[in-house]
Design a protein around this ligand. Structure first.
Ligand SMILES: [Zn+2]
Length: 453
């Protein structure tokens, strides 16, 4: 029975939380060795790729993660049929499967969970989880993010708000919630607001999850009196949870939202600590390397890019996969006493940094978090598009007094540019919009669109 497998995984994950950081490291190393053996035996791609680097199955015991070459989405997709460890999976068939809308809530051949993504690079990515992999992932999220108590007698009522019309990571994960433990209400961010409000009011969720922007929208409706719900746990992922959103959610539901770090490559990478600011990386089932452009590990407190190794997906294993998310490791262990490393921040994708060129040819950037935290009165929603190297277009949705809001936006942006010495380098325009569309390929809203030239 799949539910028993899930419960077994959940118990094992709970047990790992009692270990210390050193014991987690031992567990991680064992799991890495097992995975390496598995790919050398089952993936044509990994076998020949590693062989080129002198790594063969008889050397598994001596090989460390750092001895292996890195991969990325492009390499994985180019070699897809040889890359996966299951001969039943073919890229062409999978692409056909996901492009048929009648398959949206279905598993491929009844057992494989297929996730697709594109990301700002535009490279389509397919990620397949086999039944066991998916059980481990679900257990990870249930244990450490939604913190579901195993009870077959009282179901948790979970409402999810996000893009629901595709094989996106978020909706696939909540659809995978075991029905014995949970009742689910999926809500599409693209549905009329009145319909969303009516459904969620009737449902009365005990837990609420979804895109930060979607949860924020519901918090606004609660404050206006259009809905009246009392979730005991609120979880956000996918798009940035800004300071303003967090405050509104807290005010609406009298609860602190938990931010959750997920990617199609693993939909359970880390979750925000209940006590401190920052996220705990689940490094018992992943290896996280935070590196500079030359793949050298960076020091805690310094930003680096994430190289991910997913230790539970045996169907489409990712080893030293460049995720390109910008991460800063905290320089002290967390006060909560949990064994998992703490990260101070995840600053979106590397592409989301805005780079400018000064008169003397040197480069300067604006950190995405500065845009994420762009809060001024009257500003409802923002998108920053870099239309030329030194030119920004700010698309804004505003409410209240238009002139006041616009001058506040201009003041704040000028302040940011002055902080970087860019006030005479970068020009910006503010454009008032009624709506800012989500990216149709990813189903996600894009806050920053950098110059592509
Ligand atoms: Zn903590």
């Amino acid at each position: 029975m799949p539910i028993l497998n899930l419960i077994k995984n959940m118990r094992q994950l709970k047990k790992s939380e009692q270990l210390d950081a050193g014991q987690i490291r031992v567990l991680q190393k064992e799991r890495f060795g097992d995975l390496l053996k598995h790919v050398l035996g089952n993936s044509k791609f990994y076998k020949s790729f590693y062989q080129e680097h002198g790594i063969t199955i008889d050397k598994v015991g001596e090989v460390t993660l750092q001895d292996l070459p890195t991969i990325n989405k492009k390499i994985m997709m180019e070699h897809y049929d040889d890359f996966v460890c299951d001969p039943a999976l073919k890229r062409e068939d999978l692409e056909k499967f996901i492009s048929d809308p009648s398959n949206r809530s279905k598993k491929y051949r009844g057992s494989y969970q297929v996730i697709h993504t594109s990301g700002s690079s535009g490279t389509i990515g397919l990620f397949v989880y086999g039944a066991n992999d998916w059980d481990m992932l679900r257990a990870l999220v249930l244990t450490r993010v939604s913190k579901t108590k195993i009870s077959l007698f009282k179901k948790t009522k979970l409402a999810y708000i996000g893009a629901t019309d595709g094989h996106f990571a978020g909706i696939s994960l909540v659809r995978g919630a075991p029905r014995l433990l949970m009742d689910l209400l999926p809500l599409s961010v693209n549905s009329p607001l009145g319909e969303i409000c009516q459904k969620i009011n009737e449902f009365q969720p005990g837990a609420l999850s979804g895109y930060a922007s979607g949860v924020y929208l519901l918090a606004g409706e609660q404050i206006k009196g259009n809905i009246n719900i009392r979730p005991k746990r609120v979880m956000c992922a996918a798009d940035p949870l800004t300071a303003k959103m967090r405050e509104t959610i807290r005010q609406a539901f009298a609860i602190e939202p938990i931010n959750f770090y997920a990617a199609s490559e693993s939909i359970g990478l880390a979750a925000e600590c209940d006590i401190s600011q920052g996220f705990h990386l689940f490094d018992d089932w992943h290896c996280f390397e935070i590196v500079d452009d030359d793949l050298k590990p960076v020091k805690p407190g310094e930003p680096g890019k994430l190289l991910l190794t997913n230790l539970y997906n045996y169907t489409q294993p990712l080893i030293r996969y460049r995720l390109d998310d910008e991460i800063i490791l905290a320089d002290k262990p967390c006060e909560c006493g949990c064994p998992f490393p703490l990260i101070e921040s995840i600053a979106g994708r590397q592409e989301e940094f805005l780079w400018f060129e000064k008169g003397d040819g040197t480069k300067e950037y604006i950190h995405p978090l500065v845009i994420v935290e762009f809060v001024v009165p009257g500003l409802e929603k923002l998108q920053v598009v870099q239309t030329q190297r030194n030119k920004l277009l700010m698309r804004v949705i505003i409410h209240g007094n238009k002139e006041d809001a616009l001058s506040a936006i201009r003041r704040r942006m000028t302040e940011i540019l002055e902080g970087k010495g860019l006030e005479n380098v970068v020009n910006f325009e503010v454009e008032v919009a009624d709506e800012i569309p989500i990216d149709s390929r990813t189903g996600k809203f894009k806050l920053i669109i950098p110059y592509d030239g």
